[in-house]
Design a binder for this molecule. Structure first.
Ligand SMILES: Cc1cc2nc3c(=O)[nH]c(=O)nc-3n(C[C@H](O)[C@H](O)[C@H](O)COP(=O)(O)OP(=O)(O)OC[C@H]3O[C@@H](n4cnc5c(N)ncnc54)[C@H](O)[C@@H]3O)c2cc1C
Length: 430
């Protein structure tokens, strides 16, 4: 790494290469509008953002995903600059290249890094400082740590014998590189070591929640914010702060770096008009389905032969009635015949008959299974991709078993087959 001249740290100087699963380049897209869909006691804050695509015409379908490129928090970037004593050359232009003297075979610069940049840009835009330091990284840090006890700690953590400590402190407690530097203040690695060992600051995926047929120049996403400040994710916090700034004064310029990701099976297309569609959305997971329904509504408006005889069912799960997202829009779709049936469940409503979407499915088991097993039926699920998703699968298998009087293994094979044939499609937000 070499450099001297002071360089511009503005976003124009930042080039993002090799975006994962990209079908467009990175676009700088302004916020057009934003609203808080719900917040309060015992519910997650949920925010909707509409981005203005007027300068970036892109074809997209509801359910497609975009990647949002976060930047690291200013206070953490400044902490690193101070700790690593980089302040005298934070904003100087640097040329990145592999050291001629390196002993490493096939050493090369990561393809996502620009060749010319500054230390501040590297720390702010490219390197993930919240990752758990790997053992190889810890070993490399020993050499740059003056304090004996801190060196010993690093040596133990990266040793074979210290595997238990590593698991306990790094893996289980989620220690980040920043935490480690706070624990070992005499550790002052050069930038080259950080570039070599810190992973890339990756873009985060978000699902498109609107139809381009209804609003081609708008792109809508919906996201939730964890209430516990210490658990707030980097991108979530960045978007939340941007929305706060925007809502205070709509003239505040607020824009996000995003790109469209490769298409996947979780999307509503014209073919779906000739299918029965069952949609199951938990919490924020209902939002892509609002896009599906907008799209269906617009497609049906264009039909010359009139509405076809296929069913569309929507199941939603939220904690309370008051935080069931998009109820007004869903009721409008019911009235317009875009959906035939809507099944709501509220897990924390004391007198709710249906706590979970599974309760609604069981309560309508026979009709549900009959619809599901029609050859033209597709089911879309947007849940947590974890426990809730597993419970939904188990519930559907049980329903197939009891309605069709089949062994559970056969019921399970039916769902597996549907998955293989892209008829059981999940949007997994892990
Ligand atoms: C295909 C796909 C589509 C997605 N679509 C959406 C979407 O439309 N809306 C949406 O809100 N999310 C969506 N997600 C999830 C979203 O990408 C993650 O919430 C995002 O990675 C959080 O990024 P972050 O930088 O804020 O968190 P990080 O800084 O990466 O967070 C670190 C950890 O904090 C936790 N965390 C942070 N924020 C949250 C949160 N809000 N809820 C739960 N846990 C959190 C997570 O455990 C995470 O591992 C999608 C994910 C995938 C894979």
């Amino acid at each position: 790494m070499s450099g001297s001249e002071t360089w511009n740290n503005d976003k124009e100087s930042v080039v993002y290469n090799a975006l994962p699963f990209a079908r467009t380049e990175l676009l700088n897209v302004p916020i057009k509008s934003a609203r808080i869909l719900c917040q309060g006691d015992d519910v997650k804050k949920v925010i909707e953002i509409i981005f203005d695509l007027k300068d970036h015409p892109v074809d997209f379908l509801p359910g497609d995903t975009i990647g949002i490129q976060p930047i690291n928090r200013d206070q953490d970037v400044n902490f690193l600059i101070d700790t690593l004593e980089l302040s005298s050359n934070t904003d100087k232009k640097v040329n990145l290249s592999i050291m001629k003297t390196t002993q490493k075979k096939a050493a090369k610069l990561p393809n996502y890094l620009p060749e010319i940049t500054t230390n501040r840009i590297l720390l702010r835009n490219y390197l993930n400082m919240y990752s758990a330091p790997k053992k190889l990284f810890l070993r490399a840090l020993v050499e740059f740590t003056d304090d004996k006890r801190e060196r010993l700690l690093l040596q133990i953590l990266c040793s074979k014998e210290g595997g238990g400590f590593y698991n306990q402190y790094v893996t289980e407690k989620g220690m980040t590189f920043l935490d480690l530097l706070k624990l070992c203040p005499s550790c002052k690695p050069p930038m080259g070591i950080l570039i070599e060992h810190l992973p890339r600051l990756l873009p985060r995926p978000y699902s498109v929640a609107n139809s381009s047929l209804k609003s081609p120049k708008e792109l809508k996403i919906v996201f939730s914010v964890l209430t516990d400040e210490s658990q707030k994710g980097l991108t979530t916090e960045m978007l939340e702060e941007m929305v706060e700034k925007f809502l205070k004064n709509k003239n505040n310029p607020c824009s996000v770096n995003l790109y469209f990701r490769d298409e996947n099976a979780f999307k509503y297309t014209q073919d779906d008009l000739n299918k029965n569609i069952i949609m199951i959305g938990i919490g924020c997971g209902i939002s892509p389905f609002v896009g599906f329904l907008e799209h269906k509504f617009e497609l049906e408006k264009q039909l010359v032969t009139g509405k076809r005889d296929f069913k569309t069912w929507l199941f939603s799960g939220s904690r309370y009635c008051r935080n069931a997202l998009f109820r007004k829009e869903i009721c409008d779709f019911l009235e317009a015949g875009t959906i035939d049936e809507y099944f709501e469940s509220n897990s924390r409503e004391v007198d709710s008959e249906f706590k979970y979407v599974q309760d609604q499915i069981v309560s309508n088991a026979e009709r549900f299974v009959n619809l599901l097993l029609c050859p033209q039926t597709k089911i879309y699920v947007c849940a947590d991709g974890n426990e809730i998703s597993k419970k939904i699968v188990a519930c559907i298998e049980e329903c197939i078993k009891s309605v069709c009087n089949l062994p559970i293994e056969e019921a399970s094979d039916i769902l597996k087959d549907m998955r293989r044939n892209a008829r059981y499609i999940e949007d997994i937000w892990l």
